[in-house]
Design a protein around this ligand. Structure first.
Ligand SMILES: *Cc1c(COP(=O)(O)O)cnc(C)c1O
Length: 383
């Protein structure tokens, strides 16, 4: 695209209801946000446990800054790897019950890292159709044979695995799908990985902190296997930023040597790493928060079941309200906004064509009455 093409292309997006704009928050992240001087009740963050603005976590970050200063100043392989990073990695590995863990600047970087470090030309990746964009980008970048199986369809996956002659195989899935809130059948996936000698790479961006007593989706299913690679982000329920990959020590040693997004990128500020242990403590002590979240999710499902907006069976904080047409989804989101509710309209290409939806993201800080009021408005407005 040349510069002079951009204006027409942006106008096209606008007339197709596909133009994306950012809201600028004048408040910390939370269920009460301020945008352009207006207050809103937000159902639009991934801050599922309400930790992003938790005083204990903010204090840990402050103390981290006092101890470690502001920036890390280098990549992990130069001098950017501090004792704070090292301790955070050890704590994360213990927390999810794995031998080792490696910190990344983001989940996106972690996904690119793991996939491109383990598979390449002559290998194959098997990816769920509804995987997160960052997993797909990792698959493309790896140059491995990129095979996508129908969403949660184990028979289809098995067909593809059985037909593949690739030397190294890697199955990549979201543990909790980010647009529908439904879950991958992890035990069945691990059984297939074992039968076909494949890695199983699980992106638990939305399950970490929420499922398995906070230890994530793999822990909830009690999965233990050397071939299981676990990734979770620290920017969602954990309330911070960044991500980690957990697995065998041999795996993290290999990533330190091969993962380009690890090697050629500056380490996160050590203060952030220093706050990880506090986040883990809050997650560990978060049973009450998780119980509130589960109740909100059940309430949401109950009220949408049997309506034409039902999006399936999500017991997670992600509750889709499926509308179909982009313009309708946007109109509903705009009308809710005028009434003080911030709920994002999600459009293609993030979701399939005709799958435009409002995505309700629940937080442990929501009151049940607030959710009820939102659902009343949504169901009324949509007839
Ligand atoms: C948010 C998300 C990511 C990216 O993580 P960041 O730390 O935000 O870069 C990766 N995978 C899934 C499923 C996500 O929802």
């Amino acid at each position: 695209m040349r510069l002079q093409d951009l204006s027409a292309a942006l106008s096209d997006l606008e007339s197709n209801h596909r133009l994306r704009r950012r809201a600028t928050l004048a408040s910390p992240q939370g269920v009460d946000i301020v945008v352009d001087g207006q207050s809103y009740l937000s159902f639009a963050s991934n801050d599922y446990l309400g930790l992003a603005d938790h005083p204990a976590l903010a204090l840990a970050l402050q103390q981290g800054v006092e101890r470690w200063g502001a920036g890390s100043g280098a990549s992990h392989l130069l001098t950017g790897h501090s004792e704070a990073h090292q301790r955070a990695e050890e704590a994360l590995a213990r927390f999810v019950g794995r031998e080792a863990a490696l910190l990344f600047g983001s989940g996106y970087a972690a996904n690119l890292a793991v996939i491109t470090s383990l598979v390449g030309r002559g290998d194959a990746v098997f990816a769920d159709k509804l995987n997160h964009a960052s997993l797909n980008d990792g698959c493309l970048l790896s140059r491995a044979d990129f095979q996508r199986f129908r969403h949660n369809d184990m028979a289809h996956l098995e067909q593809l695995l059985a037909a593949s002659a690739a030397r190294t195989k890697l199955i990549a899935v979201d543990a909790v799908y980010s647009m529908d809130g439904d879950e991958a059948p992890l035990p069945a996936l691990l059984a297939l990985a074992e039968r076909y000698d494949a890695w199983l790479y699980v992106d638990d961006a939305h399950g970490f902190g929420v499922l398995g007593g906070g230890r994530g989706a793999a822990a909830e299913h009690g999965l233990a296997s050397e071939r299981l690679i676990y990734m979770a982000t620290l920017g969602k329920a954990a309330g911070l930023a960044g991500a980690f990959v957990a697995g065998e020590g041999l795996l993290t040693d290999w990533l330190v040597n091969r993962a380009r997004t690890y090697i050629f990128s500056t380490a996160q500020p050590p203060a952030l790493a220093a706050a990880v242990e506090t986040s883990l403590r809050l997650i560990e002590e978060g049973d009450e928060r998780r119980a509130r979240l589960a109740q909100l999710a059940a309430r949401c499902r109950e009220r949408l079941d049997g309506t034409r907006f039902a999006g399936g069976a999500s017991r997670t904080p992600i509750q889709p309200f499926i509308i179909g047409e982009d313009a309708h989804a946007i109109r509903l989101a705009d009308s809710l906004r005028r009434q003080g509710y911030w709920v994002p309209a999600i459009r293609p290409p993030t979701v399939p064509e005709n799958g435009a939806r409002l995505r309700i993201s629940l937080s442990a800080s929501h009151e049940p009455a607030q959710l009820d009021a939102l659902l009343d408005l949504m169901l009324q407005a949509s007839g």
